[in-house]
Design a binder for this molecule. Structure first.
Ligand SMILES: *Cc1c(COP(=O)(O)O)cnc(C)c1O
Length: 430
């Protein structure tokens, strides 16, 4: 089938006939930025190509699932050779044992792990385990942090009373968020003795990029300890992205449980949660917390994950960080030079772009930035320059190891052209 004779527009119209909004996940839609999304046919290294043979420098990289770039030959080879032996058995395989060992080697404090197939399952199951281990029901989350789409995690703080929590989406019964407390990122919450766990993105990367303020995580650790609550780091993005040992290594704060996803599946559906042995042994078949999955620890995904982790050494993070630093410096300069208020936060290998004059430190300030509407125009001008960013203001830019120095230079030049147009034209709606 020769897909390329169809336009993006035609594929989008066709997609909408079979998939709600034309997508399998809402972040992929262009609802937040307007216009027709492209339909991707392939990716190689830093690039993604659409059905019209347009090639874009890709800073989405499957929302961070890819850190080596698309279709890395070693990863493709690992997937092919794993597939030759069958794709799923319903029995433990050497691949998942090896992947678990590689994760434990890298993240100090992870003693036991369980594999699942998505980040959503990882956080959901980590919280069930924490509740089982503590015999408590309440959990504390921070608004603007994303932990997947489990019912009880799709909660928003109501205005006024801190205790008033409401579902953040239709379809979730009020009673399902009854035990969820929503608080503000970068502010220490009150942890009562009925709290099972506090779950946090150690570096918030789902409201744009928000760095934890100095001591936020270490203080969180302390107040969890005094309340007997467990601390869960959702490292689905930061794990193996910001340092070899992830954010817990970077900030030298050790949670009780970790959630991993994205990178560890090497581009296939795989995620995990793990941590202290005594807590993880609450899980069936050792303990009494039930958790299961037909495809959990899938041998092909585990082989891909092993291939990726094998290629990530301390040096890889230095190299990636230097690319991201060049990009951040360049973006700040060229956008700022056009008189557009912007901040470009960087935490190690992660980078965000916030338009507007305010410094963003929590979801409230992230919303103010998003409400400037500037990101939409930036997004489209960058796409015109063949640079693909996430189609929404609450995402970060994912740079891969496949992005070369000339690719970074080209991206900064594209941003310069984009900022020039933004400074000259009123925002056109797309
Ligand atoms: C992506 C993400 C998840 C959810 O993972 P899925 O695989 O999409 O279910 C959870 N937590 C964080 C921090 C994420 O970025």
């Amino acid at each position: 089938m020769s897909d390329s004779k169809f336009s993006n527009e035609a594929w989008f119209q066709r997609a909408k006939k079979s998939l709600p909004g034309g997508v399998s996940s809402p972040v992929r839609s262009f609802n937040a930025v307007g216009g027709i999304p492209f339909t991707a046919v392939k990716g190689y290294g830093a690039f993604i190509e659409d059905v019209e043979n347009n090639k874009y420098l890709d800073f989405v990289q499957s929302y961070g699932a890819s850190i080596l770039g698309h279709a890395h030959p070693k990863v493709v080879e690992a997937i092919k050779s794993a597939t030759d032996n069958g794709t799923t058995f319903g029995a433990t395989t050497p691949n998942e044992i090896e992947l678990a060992e590689k994760i434990k080697d890298r993240v100090a404090g992870v003693e036991l792990l369980r594999f699942v197939s998505s980040g959503t399952e990882a956080t959901m199951s980590a919280i069930r385990t924490a509740r089982g281990a503590t015999n408590r029901e309440k959990i504390v989350i921070f608004s603007g942090c994303y932990h997947g789409h489990s019912d009880f995690l799709l909660a928003a703080g109501g205005s006024g009373l801190a205790s008033l929590v409401i579902p953040s989406t239709n379809g979730v019964p009020k009673s399902y968020v009854e035990h969820t407390v929503v608080t503000t990122y970068n502010e220490l919450p009150i942890i009562d003795s009925d709290v099972a766990a506090v779950i946090v993105e150690p570096i918030a990367a789902n409201m744009g990029l928000v760095e934890p303020e100095k001591n936020f995580l270490s203080e969180l650790r302390k107040i969890c300890d005094s309340a007997g609550a467990l601390l869960i780091f959702d490292e689905v993005i930061t794990g193996f992205r910001v340092a070899k040992g992830g954010a817990s290594e970077l900030f030298n704060v050790r949670p009780d449980l970790w959630c991993f996803g994205k990178i560890i599946g090497g581009g296939l559906p795989l995620a995990a949660f793990g941590g202290r042995r005594d807590i993880m042994e609450e899980l069936a078949p050792v303990g009494k917390v039930y958790q299961a999955g037909t495809l959990s620890g899938n041998p092909v995904a585990a082989a891909a994950g092993c291939a990726v982790l094998d290629l990530l050494e301390d040096d890889s993070y230095k190299i990636l960080k230097s690319k991201v630093t060049t990009l951040a410096t360049g973006l700040r300069e060229v956008i700022g030079q056009r008189g557009i208020a912007v901040s470009v936060p960087q935490v190690e290998t992660l980078l965000g772009v916030f338009f507007g004059p305010n410094q963003v430190k929590n979801f409230e300030s992230a919303k103010e930035s998003a409400n400037t509407g500037k990101y939409k125009q930036f997004f489209h001008e960058m796409l015109n320059e063949n640079v693909s960013l996430a189609p929404g203001p609450y995402e970060v830019m994912f740079t891969s190891l496949a992005h070369t120095d000339p690719d970074i230079t080209k991206t900064v030049e594209a941003a310069d052209a984009a900022a020039f147009k933004m400074s000259k034209t009123e925002f056109l709606s797309y």
